[in-house]
Design a protein around this ligand. Structure first.
Ligand SMILES: N[C@@H](CCC(=O)N[C@@H](CS)C(=O)NCC(=O)O)C(=O)O
Length: 221
C-alpha cells in the first residue's frame, strides 16, 4: 500500500493525490508538515513534501513519484501511447513546473503566508511568468484536455498549478495572469472543476487549509 505524506494545501501534494485517484491506486494519506522535517529526512532529503512511503522505503520529488506510479500501476495509463507523444507530454509538465509554477512560488510568501516579497522579486516574477505561461501555451492543446483528446498526467499537474498561479497573480498584480496569457485555460479550468476526483481533492484541500491554519506555525511555502 502506498502512503502519500504531506498536507492537502500543497499543490505538489495534490498533484500526486490526483494521480493516485485517477489511476485508482489504493493509498493512505499521512499528514506531515514541512516543519516536522527532522522526522522524515530519510524519505525526503530536503524536507520537502510530498513524498510517499512504499513497501521498499520512501520516495520524494513529485515528478519522480509520478513516474514510479505510472511504471508500477500501468492499468490506467496517464501518458499517451508512443514514445514521442509521451515525451511531449512530459515536456509540457516540465515547462508548467519549472517556468510557471516555480516562478509564481516566489510570490506565495506574501499572498498566502502573511510575509512580504520585494518589489524587485515581484517585477522579476511577473516578467518570467509571462514568458513561462506563453511558452506553455505553445505546447498546450486544451482540446478539451491540456494535452489533447485524453486526460493525462499533465492535467493533474496543470490543474493544481494553474489554481495557485491564478490566486497568486490576482493577489499580487490584481491580474489573473493565466487568463491573460493562456485565455483557453479559463474554460479548461471550469471544465476540470466538474471532474469527480478534482472535486474530491478540492473539497479535501479546503478541510486541509483549516487544519493547516489551526497549526499557527510560521511558514512561507
Ligand atoms: N520539486 C518538489 C517541490 C515540492 C515543494 O516545493 N513542496 C513544498 C510544499 S508545496 C514544501 O515542501 N515546502 C517546504 C520547504 O521547501 O521547506 C516536488 O515536485 O515534489
Amino acid at each position: 500500500m502506498i502512503t502519500l505524506c504531506g498536507f492537502g494545501v500543497s499543490n505538489y501534494y495534490n498533484k500526486l493525490k490526483l494521480i493516485l485517484l485517477e489511476k485508482q491506486i489504493p493509498f493512505e494519506e499521512r499528514v506531515v508538515y514541512p516543519w516536522e522535517r527532522d522526522s522524515f529526512l530519510q524519505a525526503s532529503p530536503l524536507g520537502k513534501i510530498p513524498f510517499i512511503e512504499t513497501e521498499y522505503g520512501g520516495l520524494s520529488e513529485s515528478q519522480v513519484v509520478l513516474e514510479y506510479l505510472e511504471e508500477c500501476y500501468p492499468a490506467i495509463p496517464l501518458y499517451p501511447a508512443g514514445a514521442y507523444e509521451r515525451a511531449k507530454c512530459r515536456e509540457l509538465i516540465q515547462h508548467l513546473e519549472l517556468n510557471a509554477e516555480w516562478v509564481a512560488r516566489r510570490l506565495y510568501k506574501e499572498c498566502f503566508f502573511g510575509g512580504t516579497v520585494s518589489d524587485e522579486t515581484k517585477r522579476e516574477a511577473h516578467e518570467r511568468l509571462t514568458v513561462g505561461l506563453t511558452a506553455a501555451g505553445r505546447l498546450a492543446k486544451f482540446s478539451p484536455y491540456i494535452f489533447g483528446a485524453t486526460f493525462t498526467a499533465a492535467d493533474c499537474v496543470a490543474y493544481v498549478h494553474f489554481t495557485m498561479i491564478r490566486l497568486a497573480s490576482s493577489a499580487i498584480y490584481s491580474e489573473d495572469m493565466l487568463a491573460r496569457h493562456l485565455p483557453l485555460a479559463v474554460d479548461y479550468m471550469a471544465f476540470m472543476d466538474e471532474r469527480p476526483h478534482i472535486r474530491t481533492m478540492m473539497a479535501e484541500r479546503a478541510a486541509a487549509m483549516t487544519a493547516f491554519v489551526a497549526q499557527n506555525v510560521p511558514y512561507d511555502g
